[in-house]
Design a protein around this ligand. Structure first.
Ligand code: 2AM
Length: 177
């Protein structure tokens, strides 16, 4: 009998720089109420969520994502929202910038072509700031803020002593622009 293949929990994301992380995390803490503010180092914007994936596929995923061509993305963080269904407070762009939609479209098309499964829910750009939240707090003073994203990343997610821990496995830089 063959052993089950080793899997890793993976997703592609935009990862904020330290200044932006700090700003968002500080607000999340203050806005959390009885909810759980995301830790500074875990803040991100998911582009495609693969979930449990054969570890042996990681090199293929890296090669696939390295083929994605995109210009640096200016993402206005001009909205905070609250989703009742999953009780998260998030921030994102009121209007999705076209270069971000193009990046997600290209990445997902390459995953489709390679037969790699990911959560097929339509992309809605958002950075989760608070989980288990009860309501939408007042808008933060830093709105609007522009996130200049110059790369995207492949991330693995593990639980270390009950804590979700993310590890950036690879960065994929934008082309000059
Ligand atoms: P969320 O913040 O809206 O929950 C890691 O779990 C990241 O992948 C989170 O940003 C999460 O979004 C996102 N994600 C997208 N689809 C997911 C799914 N089906 N299960 C878990 N996380 C998912």
């Amino acid at each position: 009998m063959s052993e089950a293949a080793a899997t890793v929990r993976l997703f592609f994301a935009l990862w904020p720089g330290t200044d932006l992380q700090a700003k968002l995390a500080a607000w999340a803490k203050q806005a959390a109420g009885r909810g759980r503010a995301m830790r500074r180092e875990n803040l991100h914007l998911t582009l495609a969520f693969l979930g449990a994936t054969e570890a042996a596929l990681v090199p293929d995923l890296i090669a696939l994502a390295a083929g994605v061509r995109f210009a640096p993305i200016r993402l206005p963080l001009d909205r905070v929202g609250y989703w009742k269904h999953n009780r998260i407070i998030w921030c994102g762009a009121g209007e999705e910038p076209q270069p971000l939609a193009a990046l997600v479209g290209d990445l997902r098309a390459r995953l489709d072509a390679a037969g790699i499964r990911y959560d097929p829910k339509p992309f809605v750009s958002h950075v989760t700031l608070v989980r288990d939240a009860a309501s939408l707090p007042d808008a933060p003073a830093w709105i609007p803020l522009v996130w200049a994203a110059r790369d995207f990343v492949l991330v693995s997610s593990t639980r270390v002593e009950g804590r979700v821990t993310y590890q950036v496995l690879q960065r994929f830089p934008a082309q000059a622009g």
